[in-house]
Write a protein that binds this ligand. Structure first.
Ligand code: CUA
Length: 332
């Protein structure tokens, strides 16, 4: 009885892994690139499954038919059987051709070449966050990449410090972000959605905390998002907590690292001009709410080891932190 319970519990755990919505799975492709690699994976999987079945069947036949029995002579080995030798040389060669041709085709199809009208985005990896620049739109954001549905997006990827790797599994494969070097990836998203990604190259203490999101908007939704991002941040209403927060921001070390359009020009940390419009903070680590913002402002390295955003000296008061949080959240 306990054994059945253990089996049932294991099966339940395994089956629970099949539940949606798969925001970070290569097996649920949401772009032409990802569908190409997924089809190739499925194709090679079935070839491998067929080889497995044939080899295991032959092994089982050999075990049953030629096993040692009392009084039976040892089976006679076969030498120099021309037909068999041609067969087991030719069969793997043919299978490899069926694997190689679609593989090479997919490698060329996903090489990163994009049509001239593709939306171009420069991706810059930092320890430990992602910077996204849209040169055609003169727009800069961080950690949450918005792209329009159905249009090819070409990412030109590099790094400001060490080697990172950009990876948004439902949309495309990994591309290393290498300082002083440019890598490219292009894909056409085919489903509106919010997809997760992750730095895929060990890059220091908070490598595992270097997440990202790709938000595929409808065409009009992307247009609306870009219009809002291009506008300067709305000034907080007089007398509000957010207005106090803006004063705290302007007199604190924040301005040395962060840009807020019209307020501060820092370029070391993420651009915060519209940080309130993002769903997460700290490179996709936490929801963008006042509780997490307050903890992040007070002591970022305790939430993200090695974070370049050090503890503020002298420390901000709780009231200042609350005001700062309200200001940042008002930057929609
Ligand atoms: Cu960046 Cu790992």
């Amino acid at each position: 009885m306990p054994r059945i319970r253990l089996w049932l519990a294991t099966a339940a755990l395994a089956i629970s892994g099949c539940g949606g919505p798969f925001p970070q799975s290569t097996l649920h492709p949401r772009s032409d690139f990802a569908r190409g690699t997924d089809a190739l994976f499925t194709d090679i999987f079935w070839w491998a499954a067929a080889v497995f079945v044939v080899v295991e069947l032959m092994l089982l036949v050999a075990i049953v038919r030629f096993r040692h029995r009392e009084g039976r002579a040892a089976p006679r080995p076969t030498h120099g059987h021309t037909l068999m030798e041609i067969g087991w040389t030719l069969a793997p060669a043919v299978i490899l051709v069926f694997v190689a041709v679609p593989t090479v085709r997919t490698i060329f199809a996903t090489a990163g070449e994009a049509p001239a009208d593709a939306l171009k985005v420069d991706v810059i990896g930092h320890q430990w966050w992602w910077e996204f620049r849209y040169p055609e739109l003169a727009l800069v954001t961080a950690n949450e990449l918005h792209v329009p549905l159905g249009r090819v997006v070409q990412l030109s990827i590099t790094s400001a410090d060490v080697i990172h790797s950009f990876w948004a599994p439902p949309l495309g494969g990994k591309r290393d972000a290498i300082p002083g070097h440019m890598t490219r990836i292009a894909f056409r998203p085919d489903s509106v959605g919010d997809y997760s990604g992750q730095c895929a190259e060990f890059c220091g203490a908070s490598h595992a905390n270097m997440r990202l999101r790709v938000i595929v908007d409808s065409d009009s939704g992307f247009g609306r998002w870009a219009t809002v991002q291009l506008a300067g941040p709305a000034a907080p209403a007089p007398g509000t907590l957010a207005e106090r927060g803006r004063a705290v921001f302007a007199r604190s070390a924040c301005i040395g690292c962060h840009t807020i359009q019209g307020v501060s020009p820092g370029v070391i940390g993420p651009n915060l001009t519209h940080v309130g419009s993002r769903t997460t903070i700290a490179s996709g680590l936490f929801p963008n709410d006042s509780a997490h913002l307050a903890r992040w402002i007070a002591d970022a390295p305790s939430l993200k080891p090695g974070s370049l955003m050090t503890r503020m000296q002298p420390p901000l008061t709780d009231a200042d932190i609350a005001a700062l949080g309200a200001y940042l959240q008002s930057l929609k």
